[in-house]
Ligand binder design. Structure first.
Ligand SMILES: [Mg+2]
Length: 340
């Protein structure tokens, strides 16, 4: 395929050629839940009795969410799918079927689309997702990628944002701020040695959503509320509190941060805590559970992640999001990613 499309633009390929290119890359075989995939007017899916259908969609726009400097075409394909998978994981669901709408300039190289599809396919294969359809259109300027992802879950295992209870512990998987620090590195040429910060760059470009963990937390029946961290923990705990009619107090010293993040922050004279609280795009899971279940959460998360989740705060009756530091208690500035 690579030799045939070399030096060709999307205009050269035409719509049929574009569909053939994408279809040739993604698995053409059907799965038990798909009767008809790419190639007809609609995809035809089987519904599973006793499972709720989950639907999420997310758009990435060139110049707003990514640039050629921050994401390679392959990383873009991975990330466009990852952000959607993370939303399914945050409900306790299993991702199944993806639909891709892509708007590209006609003079874009066909190799861009090929690499993009490779990235998307790599993560789809890892997570058992099938691309079952989509749309391809011409854009006069910037590239735009929209993925719609369907998943499912037994209804009794679904976890909403709205279930947090006063006195709950607040938990987070993984480490926070790595993606924001990685983005800083990619944009900021002043920091010369990017190779020493592979973890940070990878966190920004190829995040691995927590599907298995989300599903295990849903099945455990221990979790009261859950969300994935896309805007930064400060803002995303705010979404849980808003939906649950509560507040939260986070402990600054319990916010999990990587050695690479601390090293880069020192080198670039940035606040590591600010990246961790407000950076966003971590795609970790943020959830609440009764403090009586602390041991069970530690043991379950250790079993699934290989390392336990971090207890970072408490759900409070008083509204507002607060941060306990060594200097005392202060309201968290509502930073985080601002969409408009
Ligand atoms: Mg989300």
């Amino acid at each position: 395929m690579a030799t045939i499309i070399k030096n060709k633009t999307l205009k050269d390929l035409g719509e049929a050629g574009i569909i053939r290119l994408v279809q040739g890359k993604v698995s053409p075989q059907l799965s038990p839940h798909i009767r008809k995939g790419i190639g007809d007017d609609c995809a035809v899916l089987e519904t599973t009795e006793g499972r709720a259908l989950l639907v999420t969609t997310d758009t990435l726009i060139e110049g707003v969410h990514f640039t050629a400097q921050t994401l390679s075409p392959k990383a873009l394909g991975w990330k466009a799918l990852a952000v959607n998978i993370s939303d399914i994981a945050a409900m306790g669901g299993v991702p199944r079927t993806a639909f891709l709408s892509i708007a590209l300039r006609p003079d874009s190289g066909a190799d861009f689309l090929e690499s993009f599809t490779d990235g998307l396919k790599a993560l789809a294969d890892k997570t058992g997702i099938i691309l079952a359809g989509g749309d391809t259109v011409e854009s006069p300027s910037h590239a735009m990628i929209t993925i719609t992802l369907l998943g499912d879950c037994p209804p009794e295992h679904l976890i909403y944002r709205s279930g947090a209870r006063v006195g709950d512990d607040v938990w987070v998987t993984g480490q926070l701020g790595n993606a924001a620090a990685g983005l800083f590195l990619l944009i900021n040429k002043k920091v010369s040695d990017v190779s020493g910060y592979k973890l940070l760059v990878q966190a920004h470009q190829e995040p691995m959503p927590r599907v298995e963990m989300g599903r295990a937390l849903g099945e455990s029946g221990l979790v009261h509320a859950m969300i994935d961290i896309s805007d930064g923990i400060a803002k995303d705990i705010g979404h849980i509190c808003q939906q649950s009619g509560t507040g939260a107090l986070l402990q600054a010293e319990s916010i999990p941060m990587s050695d690479e993040l601390l090293k880069l922050a020192a080198e670039a004279e940035k606040s590591p805590l600010s990246w961790a609280l407000h950076g966003g795009e971590d795609y970790e899971l943020l959830f609440t559970a009764s403090s009586a279940d602390e041991e069970k959460i530690l043991s379950l998360t250790s079993k699934v992640l290989g390392t336990h989740a971090a207890k970072t705060g408490t759900i409070t009756q008083d509204e507002g999001i607060w941060l306990q530091t060594e200097k005392g208690k202060e309201p968290i500035q509502s930073g985080g990613y601002v969409h408009f």
